[in-house]
Design a protein around this ligand. Structure first.
Ligand code: MG
Length: 671
């Protein structure tokens, strides 16, 4: 996860001098007082405290470990903030204004700047060490798994270098401890669906708005820093008028010092109250974007689904004896890790809080430091063959409060699977013509809103102009103008209700690419001739490869360029278009809209989905099961009323297409 309080945000702080009131002694504040370095929140280096294992029930022995680990300590992104501290202090030094503390901070900021120069997001030697030590402790803690059990270990990493190096640190130590272990290591974008799924940068808009409100309530100490770092506070204030922005840059230096083994606690340069507030602003952003909060609702759990499914199927393959493995090791990032532990409902980390409650109670550097990890240790009873599992979050035994334990932290694997099975609604939400409430249908703004809301997908309608440009519009006509019979330039001059010009498919797909999560549901409108329908199909397939959007981090650029079957669904009322798409775009979901054909008839044409008006499913409820038995997906449109939403949910359709995503979400989560 990258820095949440970006350098640009510094400008939002005002430097007004306000006397800071005393800090309430919340669990978070007590936690920071115990070890001030924890104020680094998710850039806190891994903290290992000695652990006592609860003995397993009699007759049970560990035989398999499933592990998901975040990469170890790394450098951060940026540089300007470190340089700012270094340069401002150097300037003050030129005027003989620095106290010994100011002098010491100037040198440390210079070191931090140099260490980051050209090394954004790279694993540090400490990060490698963290994973090697984790491996060593795992090995000695569960010797039965490695020494007497199967010798095969499968490890998979996100493609990001810091994760690959973490995997090497971990597995390298296991190899050195037991040379006869046999490893299978891999990385690749195909693993992204479960290793690194879950980030949604578009959510930060809502989060930032809430944080901006929260920020207004903060009282900053803008005096102390001038007295501790400078011999003449009045002169220093002339040099550095914005005390809060300056202190935030110092906070940034301090929170990246641990990964480089800088022995000094650099938070000491700031008043403790300010450290608490900088910590809050940073981690609340992470909490709101990565966990299910009261603000954002249950938007995160669905994104951990693939990871949970993968871990369950890997474990089941070993339990059934189909696959022989001592361990499955995954190396990834903090957001999927948080999604996973929240999905499981592990104690402490999974609570849903308001902003204020989270600020007081949620412990980011305890739950999600560098090298944060979840280990699921599987135990088998030789006599009964029953399987138990124990969850270690950052190596600490952790409870799953929703389930009854057999003993201590040991749970029946079948109970855990049943819990996961019913954890989230099976039906997904598709915003009909985007989430257009307060906007215009089929506008880019409505697509963006669907992405921000966390809709599974967003539907839009595509017509082809007479000169062959695919444009996004529902009706075939705009006033008197027939889109299919008009040139693009005549269509383009028209505006949507929100002032946007009629979007082209290329423009729309550029916005599609800005979310890694939200599916694009492309409705290809029937054309006057099959030749034109074929042309529209070609244009839509070409549009799956748009130019990479701006502002996408390099590691995601490849992902953003290619709109794969996991990102796109095609729908159409034209049977010809559906048949052709099924033939030309294998692997993609194609759903037929008209409602006049049974799933079996469509399946015979190679079409793998239906998207019917909900009234069709009232007449033919058996089509849902028929489609599912044929491996087809089922979508229902346009479902806006509570009774129909409930009926479609209970029928078990895969998607509900709606003009009211908020109501559908509310009803789906009521179960
Ligand atoms: Mg439509």
């Amino acid at each position: 996860m990258k820095r949440f309080l970006t350098w640009a945000l510094l400008a939002l702080f005002s430097g007004t001098a306000v006397a800071q009131t005393s800090i309430p002694e919340t669990p978070v504040v007590r936690f920071l007082r115990e070890n001030p370095r924890r104020a680094a929140f998710n850039t806190h280096s891994y903290e290992f405290l000695p652990i006592q294992d609860t003995p397993a029930p009699k007759g049970y022995k560990p035989f398999y470990i499933s592990h998901y680990g975040r990469h170890g300590s790394r450098s951060d992104w940026g540089g300007p903030q470190y340089r700012l501290v270094r340069d401002l202090l150097a300037k003050a030094n030129g005027q003989h204004l620095l106290t010994p503390a100011g002098d010491s901070l100037m040198h440390e900021a210079a070191v931090i700047y140099e260490l980051h120069n050209g090394m954004d997001g790279r694993l540090t030697p400490r990060g490698v060490r963290e994973h090697a030590q984790l491996a060593e402790r795992m090995y000695h803690r569960f010797p039965e798994v490695f020494k007497k059990g199967c010798k095969h270990i499968r490890a998979v990493s996100s493609t990001t270098p810091r994760c690959i190096v973490s995997m090497n640190g971990f597995t390298g130590r296991l190899m050195s401890l037991q040379p006869d272990l046999d490893f299978d290591l891999d990385t690749g974008e195909k693993y992204y669906a479960y290793i690194a799924r879950g980030e949604n940068s578009t959510l930060t808009a809502r989060t930032n708005k809430a944080l901006a409100e929260y920020r207004k309530t903060i009282e900053w100490d803008t005096e102390t820093v001038y007295r501790t770092l400078f011999t003449d506070p009045a002169e220093a204030r002339k040099l550095i008028p914005d005390a809060v922005a300056f202190q935030n840059a110092i906070y940034d230096c301090a929170r990246v010092s641990d990964p480089f083994d800088i022995p000094d606690n650099m938070f000491r340069y700031l008043p403790f109250g300010n450290v608490v507030k900088f910590h809050e602003l940073n981690f609340l952003s992470a909490y709101l974007n990565q966990c299910d909060s009261k603000l954002n609702g249950e938007i995160r759990l669905p994104r951990a689904q693939e990871l949970v499914d993968t871990l369950i199927s890997q474990a089941d393959a070993v339990i059934s004896g189909k696959v022989r493995k001592a361990a499955d090791l995954c190396f990834g990032h903090d957001w999927p890790y948080l999604g996973l532990v929240c999905y499981l409902g592990l104690e402490g980390v999974s609570e849903r809080y308001t902003l204020e409650e989270a600020a007081a109670n949620w412990l980011p550097s305890w739950f999600c430091p560098f090298a944060a990890n979840l280990q699921m240790i599987f135990y088998r009873c030789k006599k009964s063959d029953e399987i138990l599992v124990k969850f270690l979050m950052n190596e600490r035994e952790t409870k799953l409060p929703a389930l009854e334990a057999v003993q201590g932290p040991y749970y029946r694997w079948n109970d855990v699977k049943a819990w996961c099975e019913n954890r989230i609604p099976k039906t997904q939400i598709v915003a009909h013509r985007g989430y257009w409430e307060g906007n215009a249908q089929n506008s880019i703004a409505s697509l963006r809103k669907a992405q921000e809301f966390g809709c599974w997908g967003s539907e839009f309608d595509i017509h082809l102009t007479a000169d062959g440009v695919p444009v996004i519009h529902h009706d075939r006509t705009i006033g008197e103008l027939d889109i299919q019979g008009s040139a693009f330039e005549d269509v383009r001059v028209n505006r949507l209700a929100n002032g946007e010009p009629i979007p082209t498919l290329a423009e729309y797909m550029a916005q599609v690419a800005r979310s890694r999560e939200c599916m694009a549901v492309l409705e290809l409108k029937p054309q006057t001739t099959t030749e034109r329908e074929d042309e529209l199909i070609e244009k839509c397939l070409q549009a799956l490869q748009p130019a990479p959007p701006r502002n996408v981090p390099p590691e995601f650029a490849a992902f953003a360029r290619r709109q794969e079957p996991t990102k796109v669904v095609f729908i159409s009322f034209s049977h010809h278009i559906c048949k052709e798409l099924a033939r030309k775009a294998p692997g993609y979901t194609v759903q037929y809209l008209k409602g006049d054909l049974s799933p079996a008839q469509l399946h015979a044409d190679g079409i793998n989905g239906i998207d019917y008006n909900f009234s069709v499913f009232y007449k033919h409820p058996e089509w849902v099961k028929e489609a599912h038995d044929l491996g087809m997906t089922v979508n229902a449109w346009t479902v806006d009323d509570r009774k129909d939403i409930e009926a479609m949910r209970d029928l078990g359709v895969d998607q509900i297409t709606t003009n009211n995503p908020a109501l559908v979400r509310e009803i789906l989560w009521e179960r």
